[in-house]
Design a protein around this ligand. Structure first.
Ligand code: HEM
Length: 534
């Protein structure tokens, strides 16, 4: 409808009514009832009280009152786009996953980028991890690769997730800071959690303030498995490399941009895609077998470690192109539900205790956030392949079984059946052991890869890390927390520790933190840094 179709009419209070005419549709209630007057509630007399029987008024207000849903408990602020994934060559040798079978095969995808700590309305250029969550709508069900722009994580076991997130988000009494790590609670937790040191090096580096989403890497972080049609497994780590290269902004730039335009990253994605400059990432995989895993210096189940690209060069297997913005932010970007447990046949999990915990957490949180068990009925979450099951009812059910049959086996010859050939088969890994709450000794070296990362940086980048640590810790009011962090830095790099200590005005250097196992000074500096080196 155009403006020409609309007739303006003035009401008895002087207010303007836009009245349907020509092709302009008539305004209706959600029940379809045509509305005569959307400017005035129903009253007893012109100046009297509003009557309860005004169903149009009540419906309009009640719907408005219910517009907000809980924001994500983490990664609340995000921005998404549609696109496709294209496979370069068949990976059938390694995986039966439908999307990797044929060269040139395209799979629709939706991606949501996010910050982790800030609330939904926080600013884009916080020093923070960025989420890089990809939903592939494969022909054998949705695959969610729910990753970050940093290849390691703060903690090794999912049971610590509520603690790290409580510590990083706003403090419970004062409700600040909303979007930054510069505060006592966060650094207190970090200083008491040596396994976070590798991640801390990344988060204090320029990696944590991307220039835009288009210049960001992405990582699946955990070790996953590819499983082929002979049920053979190959371990795999997933990496996204931006075609535009990796770029960040400096801290003082970030502070200014946040003030001038808190929507800087979302505006950048909107404008580039709307103008036809489609951002693109290459998917690279590191593939390895059990023997490699057994001989690797660290545990491949430890999400605080990478496998250096020099040790195991990644192979490019396809590209992701984002070419369409959502029509509606809420319907798509806000309601999209990523879950690590969404894997198609051919992709499987490892025993990484962080991944195992995530596989529970994401379903649980979607049930809460999206209001019940039918969130896959929302178009953005629905598969784009044929699907059929006997699930029924619940709030907002849009798809119920048709006819008499809602169970199987049944004698009516109706409804879907399981398929041993086509269906998902969990990789039959042999598992045994005592039921214990223990962490393997192979998870105990918390400093070697932190050092590798630090010394692999260029001098200006190393300076930025020292400056970031000094700035962040200078906001920490409790001296013992500052000293404890420096005592960890002494296990990473003496010069770095000394610089930060000097910046903080520490009179004496603390002794190095107690390292559970000797660190590996002799390892080559070689984190996953192919692009930053260029
Ligand atoms: C959300 C990544 C660890 C629980 C997210 C999102 C990403 C992400 C990208 C945002 C998804 C979106 O855009 O909608 C990661 C990575 C992790 C990690 C890479 C570690 C390697 C964990 C752990 C837990 C967890 C250990 C819990 C045990 C959640 C929850 C949400 C979330 C509850 C909110 C989901 C929603 O409401 O839609 N995570 N996460 N995450 N993550 Fe994680």
């Amino acid at each position: 409808a155009t403006m020409h179709d609309q007739k303006l009419r003035r009401g008895n209070g002087g207010e303007l009514h836009q009245v349907a005419e020509g092709t302009t549709p008539t305004l209706t209630t959600a029940q379809g009832g045509p509305v005569a007057d959307d400017q005035n509630s129903l009253k007893i007399g012109e100046r009297g009280p509003t009557v309860l029987e005004d169903f149009h008024f009540r419906e309009k207000i009640f719907h408005f009152d219910h517009e907000r849903i809980p924001e994500r408990v983490v990664h609340a602020r995000g921005y998404g786009a549609h696109g496709f994934f294209e496979t370069y060559e068949s990976l059938a040798k390694y995986t039966r996953a439908d999307l990797f079978q044929k060269a040139g095969q395209r799979t629709p995808a939706f991606v949501r980028f996010s910050t982790v700590a800030g609330n939904k309305g926080s600013f884009d250029l916080a020093r923070d991890v960025r989420g890089f969550a990809v939903k592939f709508y494969t022909q054998e069900g949705n695959w969610d690769l729910v990753g970050n722009n940093i290849p390691v994580f703060f903690i090794q076991d999912a049971i610590k997730f509520p603690d790290i997130i409580h510590a990083v988000k706003q403090e419970p009494d004062r409700a600040f800071p909303q979007a930054q790590s510069a505060h006592d609670n966060f650094w207190d937790f970090i200083s008491l959690t040596p396994e976070s040191m590798h991640m801390i090096m990344w988060i204090m580096s320029d990696r944590a303030i991307p220039r835009s989403f288009r210049f960001m890497e992405g990582f699946g972080v955990h070790t996953f498995r590819f499983v082929n049609d002979q049920d053979q497994s190959t371990f795999v780590k997933f990496h996204w490399k931006p075609k535009l290269g990796l770029q960040s902004v400096a801290w003082n730039e970030a502070v200014k941009i946040n003030g001038a335009d808190p929507d800087f990253h979302r505006r950048d994605l909107w404008e580039s895609i709307k103008s036809g400059a489609f951002p693109e990432w290459e998917l690279q995989v590191q593939l390895f077998d059990q023997e490699f895993a057994d001989n690797f210096d660290f545990d491949i189940l430890d999400a605080t470690k990478i496998i250096p690209e020099e040790t195991l060069p990644p192979i490019a297997v396809g590209r992701l192109v984002l070419d369409r913005m959502p029509d509606n932010f809420f319907a798509e970007t806000e309601q999209v539900a990523f879950m690590t447990q969404n894997v198609p046949p051919g992709i499987d999990f490892s025993n990484d205790p962080l991944l195992q915990g995530r596989n529970f957490s994401y379903l649980d949180t979607q049930l809460k956030r999206l209001g019940g068990p039918n969130f896959t009925h929302i178009p953005i979450n629905a598969p784009k392949c044929p699907f059929a099951n006997f699930q029924q009812d619940g709030h907002m059910a849009m798809r119920n079984p048709i006819g008499r049959v809602n169970y199987q086996p049944n004698s009516w010859g109706e409804g879907p059946r399981e398929s041993p050939d086509k269906g998902f088969r969990a990789f039959a890994d042999a598992e045994s052991g005592q039921k214990v709450r223990l962490r393997a000794e192979s998870f105990a070296d918390h400093y070697s890869q932190a050092r590798q990362f630090y010394i692999s940086q260029t001098l200006p980048e190393q300076k930025h890390i020292a400056a970031a640590l000094t700035f962040e810790l200078s906001k920490v009011k409790t001296p013992v927390i500052r000293e404890r962090v420096v005592s960890h830095l002494l296990n990473i790099d003496d010069t770095l520790a000394a610089k930060v200590a000097r910046g903080l005005g520490l009179k004496v250097l603390p002794s190095p933190a107690d390292a559970a196992v000797p660190t590996r000074q002799d390892l080559p500096p070689s984190p996953a840094l192919s692009i930053i080196k260029k």
